[in-house]
Write a protein that binds this ligand. Structure first.
Ligand code: NAD
Length: 501
């Protein structure tokens, strides 16, 4: 594997080979902590997508027709190889995203689990037999879909890709991946791991490039069997329309604005809970606890302590193990965060913490921003409703359980929420009434390959993780066998009663 240097260059990966783009174009990837170039990457577009789809089509009959057990063996080997190579992946992930090494180490260490989990699912998943009537045997089998297009974002480049690659491969599909233009390096590097694990050429193809060119060409390609996207809600609408046109399944993990509901009886845990939910990944996660709903009786104390702790978060160089918060992914994202802070102030919210770039030499060139807390927020303010995707949170008080539920449900999004209480019955009662695809009780942002993940409302369609995800990468064939030896002739008027259905 190539070491991370300023001169790193990665090509497309098609049909088991690294190849330059047909156009010969390249683009730069920068380290958001310094604004400096860390690599160049071949820039794919429609012509490269075509080549990648052809390679994936050619590989499909043998990969899709292989015994599940043989595919599972390859995935288990991939888990082992990835475990061995994690240090390289962590380094590159830190450099291309600016996420602190303490976060990326913790996150990437878990990725091999996805390959071993879905290897086990492929090996153990069973078909079903249906009660059709005693003269017939009706069973269903699951078949892979074909060539699947995966489009991924920059915030957890390898985690999100892995959540799609492992189940899609386990089910027997071949893949064309379009990673984010801001963080394409680890998705390309993953090809080496899969190749070493024994994945046949053409099963995993990667075409880095931009959304409007490579992304649009992949998601509107007429020979793709499914699209799985993680990205913003507006991108989701555009890609859903392309999938609709081609009448293919579409899965989408989209934007969020998660609420963290903290009841009085969890006052002692409120601040660490809120800090983790709000500021991990500098707030650049889809399940960020962007709306902290705090019971009125503890609101003032929680807000005061939260401000103190947020101001003490160590912002700095991502590769330093002591750094707790890195930069925004890009100048554009940092500018967007600044714009929202201005909007919040203009709307009348009070800035309780942050709201500025940190000062100092070490931040020059990077896209750093301080942890920012708004209070005196009204629920209909834009800062309280719209996804900002940065270290900006709104703290709102609530009086009753009913009001907390109403507030938690009052945005267009429905990806995730957390409920913090020592009253077990209340935890489950509130969770059940929150319109979100994932609700944590006394926790936030926990994920497991076995645990379904996906949003309601404008946060997406379909689920990642778990058996439900494996099944979504298959199509069901229903086989109906007539077991009777009686002859059957509908058009013979022999006076016998005929069965139609
Ligand atoms: P984005 O929508 O800008 O881009 C996501 C991917 O889509 C990129 O690869 C991009 O190139 C591609 N793309 C953009 N326009 C396209 C088009 N017209 N056709 C095809 N592809 C196109 O999102 P981002 O900025 O990379 O990621 C941040 C967003 O992702 C946030 O909204 C966040 O909430 C969401 N997200 C959701 C989850 C989840 O699990 N629900 C997880 C992570 C991120």
């Amino acid at each position: 594997m190539k070491a991370m240097t300023e001169n790193m260059h990665l090509d497309l990966f098609i049909g088991g080979k690294s190849v330059p783009a047909v156009s010969g174009k390249i683009f730069e990837v920068e380290d958001p902590a310094t604004g400096k170039r860390i690599a160049t990457v071949a820039e794919g577009d429609a012509a490269d997508i075509e080549k990648a789809v052809e390679a994936a089509e050619a590989a499909f009959p043998s990969w899709g027709g292989m015994e599940a057990e043989a595919r599972a063996r390859i995935l288990n080997r991939a888990a082992e190889i990835l475990t061995r190579r994690l240090p390289d992946f962590i380094d590159v992930e830190v450099s291309q995203t600016g996420r602190p090494v303490r976060e990326m180490k913790a996150q990437l260490q878990r990725l091999p689990e996805w390959y071993s989990y879905f290897a086990a699912v492929a090996r153990t998943h069973e078909g079903s037999v249906h009660p059709f009537g005693r003269n017939h045997l009706n069973y269903t089998v699951r078949k892979p879909l074909g060539v699947v297009g995966l489009v991924t974002p920059w915030n957890h480049p390898l985690l999100i890709l892995t959540k799609k690659v492992a189940p899609a491969l386990a089910a027997g599909n071949t893949l064309v991946v379009k990673p984010s233009e801001l963080a394409p390096l680890t998705p390309i590097m993953l090809a080496e791991v899969l190749e070493e694990a024994g994945l046949p050429a053409g099963v995993y193809n990667v075409v880095p490039g931009f959304g409007a060119t490579a992304g649009a060409a992949l998601t509107s390609h007429p020979r793709i069997a499914k699209i799985d996207l993680t990205g913003g809600t507006e991108t989701g609408r555009v890609v859903a329309a392309a999938a609709g046109k081609n009448l293919i399944p579409f899965a989408a993990e989209l934007g969020g604005k998660a609420s963290v509901v903290i009841f009085e009886d969890m006052a002692d845990q409120a601040v660490p809970a809120a800090l983790f939910a709000s500021f991990i990944a500098a707030g650049q996660t889809c399940v960020q606890g962007a709306r902290l709903l705090v019971e009125r009786s503890i609101y003032d104390d929680v807000l005061k302590a939260l401000v103190e702790r947020a101001n003490a978060i160590k912002i700095g160089t991502p590769s330093d193990p002591k750094t707790q918060m890195g930069p925004m992914i890009s100048a554009k994202q940092r500018d967007l965060v600044e714009k929202y802070v201005e909007i919040g102030k203009a709307e009348g919210a009070t800035l309780a913490a942050g709201g500025r770039r940190p000062e100092g030499e070490e931040y020059a060139g990077g896209y750093f921003y301080t942890p920012t807390i708004f209070c005196d927020v009204k629920d209909d303010m834009r800062v309280a409703q719209e996804e900002i995707f940065g270290p900006v949170v709104c703290v709102l008080p609530f009086e009753t359980e009913t009001e907390a539920i109403t507030l938690a449900n009052s945005t267009q999004f429905g990806l995730a929420a957390s409920v913090w209480t020592r009253n077990g019955a209340r935890g489950h009662r509130v969770a059940g009434k929150i319109e979100a695809g994932i609700v944590w009780i006394n926790d936030h942002h926990r994920v497991d390959p076995a645990s379904p993940w996906g949003g309601f409302k404008d946060s997406g369609l379909g689920k990642e993780n778990g058996i439900v995800c494996y099944e979504s990468y298959t199509k069901v064939q229903s086989v109906v066998a007539n077991l009777s030896e009686d002859s059957f002739d509908w058009f013979d008027d022999d006076g016998r009663e005929k069965r139609y259905s």
